[in-house]
Design a binder for this molecule. Structure first.
Ligand code: TIU
Length: 243
């Protein structure tokens, strides 16, 4: 039996989803970016901007998990001894608070601390890989490429935060490694509306130079349509067998 290919309305043109070869890759939905007192706020950002991505991510994640398809999470952060933190990153921004300093959710952007962990609303389930990354891109200094290759994956639905930083960097890295990336616009967020818009435009411009942009409504609509078509088919098969 050939597995269904779901055609998802997207820009610059339809994305042909082969779910057995596709992972939902959720980037850095961590307390440090989405809750007060973490790294995002330390950089001077209003974290409430990102929280509107939680509900659409939850809905997509629930349906994706319901199908039994692969989910991979990432977290940006550093070893507790900060040996993987370049000085350039540590001192960037010239703020008086830095990565590794204590905050209301533990040491900022340090692995094992409360703020570094994924928000409870999107918490990984047992068996879902969590990729800890020291940089903005999820491929740099991680084993993500190996994890994807071992599972025979070649497509990614990339969601999470922030659109122009870790999502964009990861999509670019993935594209150069031969993966097809679809980004649902409502499932990615930026602290800056203008960067949200530009970040998405950059992905889909020039014939989809880095990938495709769509919306979670469109992904879910495509999944439902195939579901209906398949149910219709099995009903007509039943009728044929009865007659
Ligand atoms: N500052 C900002 O927009 N983002 C980051 O520092 N990391 C991620 O995007 N995850």
């Amino acid at each position: 039996m050939t597995r269904p290919i779901y055609t998802i309305e997207a820009e610059p043109y339809a994305f042909e989803l082969a779910p057995e070869h596709c992972a939902l890759l959720i980037i850095d939905m961590q307390r440090d970016f989405l809750e007060a007192g973490g790294f995002g706020e330390m950089l001077g950002n209003d974290v409430s901007q990102l929280r509107q991505t939680i509900a659409p991510n939850r809905r997509l994640l629930k349906i994706w998990r319901g199908h039994g398809w692969r989910v991979i999470h990432t977290r940006e952060g550093h070893r507790s001894d900060l040996s993987d933190l370049p000085e350039s990153k540590k001192f960037r921004g010239r703020g008086n608070k830095r990565i590794g300093d204590p905050g209301p959710m533990g040491r900022v952007l340090v692995r094992g601390e409360i703020g570094h962990d994924i928000i409870p609303e999107l918490y990984p389930m047992a068996g879902e890989p969590v990729i800890d990354k020291p940089g903005k891109g999820a491929f740099w200094a991680t084993d993500l490429h190996g994890v994807l290759q071992n599972a025979g994956l070649r497509q990614l639905i990339v969601t999470g935060v922030t659109t122009e930083v870790c999502v964009n960097t990861t999509v670019r890295e993935a594209n150069d490694r031969g993966y097809e990336c679809l980004v649902p616009s409502d499932c990615v967020g930026s602290y800056f509306p203008e960067f949200q818009e530009a970040g998405l435009k950059m992905i889909k411009a020039q014939g989809g130079i880095f990938g495709w942009v769509s919306h979670s409504d469109k992904i879910l609509a495509a999944l439902k349509q195939v579901g209906r078509a398949q149910k219709g088919k099995s009903k007509s098969n039943e009728k044929q067998q009865q007659s």
